[in-house]
Design a protein around this ligand. Sequence first.
Ligand code: NDP
Length: 443
Amino acid sequence: MVMTSTNDILAALSARYPHQPTFLQAVAEVCTTLAPYLGASGATEADYVRLLRLATPERIITFKVLWTNDQGAIEHNIGYRLQFNSALGSYKGGLRFDVTVNEDILKFLGFEQIFKNALTGLPLGGGKGGSDFNPKGRSDSEIRSFCRAFMVELHHHIGIEVDVPAGDMGVGGREIGYMMGMYKELTHRSEGAMTGKDPLIGGSFGRTAATGHGAVYFARAMLRESGKTLAGLRCVVSGSGNVAEHTARKLVSEGAVVLTLSDRTGYLYKEAGLTTGDIDAIIAHKDTDANLDTIAISGATFTVGKPWQAVVADGYFPCATQNEIDVADAKAIAKHAVLVVEGANMPLSNEAVAVLHDAHIPHAPGKASNAGGVAVSGLEMAQNAAHYPWSADEVEAKLISIMENIHERCRIEGGTDWGIDYVGGANIAGAKRVLAAMKVLGW
Ligand code: NDP
């Protein structure tokens, strides 16, 4: 097949993976923004073929996970590790435990991860993994049982110079700890084969909060472009998991007003802004596996369902999941938004991205603005390799510097006469680095 445009790449992938719409959506977004750049830089057929290869995972490992529940019965789930691209370094990317996990979702996440990791400037390849295991309502012993069973297969495929998984949706410090415990038992090795560990077992300070903090540092850099600050900015945050929590906390500490947090049941809205105490109470409530529909926060109201997207605000920080904002939401948001900063991966449909682009709303894609998590994971790998931990302040200073550098890369590649096209800038800057490395490797 002749490969002389990004449309040819999309056609080839659509023919090969017709049942993977989320993956195709992620590739289409990248191809749309790369097309003018590739055309203007005189890309050859070999360059387009290389981009097609970049969109083809190096390895997909699928396995059965047999584990024992509290009733003594054996259950089974499907486990995955997707080693997408190793041009820049060991595969790196989180594990997601959620009922929605399948090959399509992991390929979209792995593909995004390649560009995100490239943007950090660290030597990190791209990968992703997880399971369709649903951790909701499971006891601690069932979570431990599942994590250990998952590692029985995963340990064959990971290691500090090979593939270093971290957490994602449904996988936090507790799950990483249980998996690392099993990894040590199976391999007799204490290497940092995973990141997001508790500092007691070799984790980096600041990793838990890094994605949310990084998103806020990125927002700060975006606002600086127009002489604004976060102080007083009225912000909508979606989700109430790891990324949402630390985005909200950091926004509050920067003087912004956090109007909302959400979950699968609906959203909490507080006109005066959620306080740190409110966020403490919400997270403690969520930690008991309860939902936002059963918590009372003074001055806040709860609304069932999706309409947090209709809340009028200055800043939007979607931090829950993919495709939270559709084209109608984006049209409403574009009427008043000062900026949109993605904490989640691909929370906007491609049509919604186009609406914000056409309205010239500064909009940071997750691969740039949520890269703080993987960046501190990269720093955790450096600390593990050196067998020497850095202080929390050292890590935070490095995180700020990495987020500022990512912003600068987006500015350089995405500068336009109306402002910075962050989506285009991030895709071009990330793709350039990975494609150049693939060329050096003879790929
Ligand atoms: P968590 O599991 O900690 O939290 C996810 C949150 O999103 C929960 O509040 C959950 O609600 C909500 N949510 C999930 N699915 C839906 C849905 N279909 N509709 C409405 N709400 C939903 O995950 P994280 O905070 O770790 O991850 C959130 C996003 O950030 C993901 O896109 C992830 O890939 C991305 N990300 C995470 C990083 C990290 O370091 N953890 C790094 C970079 C990106 P409920 O409580 O009801 O389940």
